[in-house]
Design a protein around this ligand. Structure first.
Ligand code: C2E
Ligand code: CA
Ligand code: CA
Ligand code: CA
Length: 278
């Protein structure tokens, strides 16, 4: 109420001050994490639904501070994005994933596609194509086995810049995937103008697939339309064999999810690939 305006004011400033302080603290912690090498990548297998073989892996960022347990990217990516730290962190992710691809190739493991997530700021706020080109040259990574994942909302935020950047990446031979598809507001048809290779159906649709007829219909329609546009379809967050059976029946190309494997350390992926190629 009006009479308590003064109180409200001091209440809000105290809260904002606390928030600003927490931001600064986290920003410092993330900066130190980068310097101290506290980030690591885990990889989740991407499996071909037809053959059951691992055809790729998605690199997922992990933060392992010295004094506490693993921190999930959901807890720090938004802040890293806000403060701009996502740019050096994202560079580290790209470089580490590219080096991993080269290391696996040199170890004689079967080639798999490595997918790397790009945040909005990374994709729209800097010359990501030039950075990727530099890192490809530096690491010797084969661009045709690299996929960059961007979300639907990033494309729609600045379609002109996105088209330009994607065109340059595609020219280098890098593949592009739309992540979390279905959560934004774009129609599948509006994706036509972008040089996209794959579409990843968001976990929220896969989750209730076998209970919710609407979700089943959406997933079904996305697969059919994506195929008519010659796009590869990957389902995210597949946890049960019932979900997998549905996806198989409806011609989904690939899947990722706990029903096959959680994201794991690179050594575990190596063991998996060795087993498969034996
Ligand atoms: P995302 O790109 O959609 O990644 C998929 C997330 O779903 C991962 O969470 C993965 O561990 C989780 N997941 C996979 N299969 C299942 C399943 O069967 N069930 C359930 N419940 N979850 C599953 P994670 O690793 O915590 O990553 C969360 C998000 O953080 C990612 O979502 C991505 O948006 C972001 N992220 C992760 N690594 C990076 C990175 O290197 N750069 C950027 N910019 N963002 C990243
Ligand atoms: Ca992703
Ligand atoms: Ca996703
Ligand atoms: Ca998601």
């Amino acid at each position: 109420s009006k009479g308590q305006g003064g109180n409200h004011y001091s209440f809000y400033t105290a809260e904002m001050g606390e928030q600003a302080y927490e931001h600064l603290r986290m920003e410092g912690a993330l900066q130190r994490a980068l310097q101290r090498g506290e980030f690591l990548l885990h990889y989740q297998p991407v499996v071909d639904i037809g053959s059951g073989r691992v055809t790729g892996v998605e690199a997922l960022l992990r933060w392992q501070p010295q004094d506490r347990g693993m921190v999930s990217p959901a807890e720090f990516i938004p802040l890293a994005e806000e403060t701009g730290l996502i740019v050096p962190i994202g560079d580290w992710v790209l470089q580490t994933a590219m080096r991993q691809q080269v290391a696996w190739r040199q170890a004689g493991l079967p080639l798999v596609r490595i997918s790397v997530n790009l945040s909005a700021r990374q994709f729209l706020g800097q010359d990501v194509a030039q950075r990727v080109a530099g890192l490809l040259a530096q690491t010797g990574c084969d661009p045709s086995w690299l996929t960059l994942e961007i979300t639907e909302s990033v494309l729609m935020e600045n379609p002109v810049a996105a088209t330009e950047t994607m065109g340059r990446l595609a020219e280098m031979g890098v593949q592009l995937a739309i992540d979390d598809f279905g959560t934004g507001y774009s129609s599948l048809a509006s994706l036509k103008r972008f040089p996209i290779h794959s579409l990843k159906i968001d976990r929220s649709f896969v989750m209730d697939l076998t209970q919710d007829a609407d979700d089943a219909a959406i997933v079904n329609a996305v697969i059919a339309l994506a195929h008519s546009m010659k796009l590869n379809v990957i389902a995210e967050g597949v946890e049960t064999t019932e979900q997998l059976a549905f996806l198989q029946e409806h011609g989904c190309d690939q899947m990722q999810g706990y029903c096959f494997s959680r994201p794991v350390a690179p050594e575990r992926i190596e063991a998996m690939l060795r087993r498969e190629s034996a």
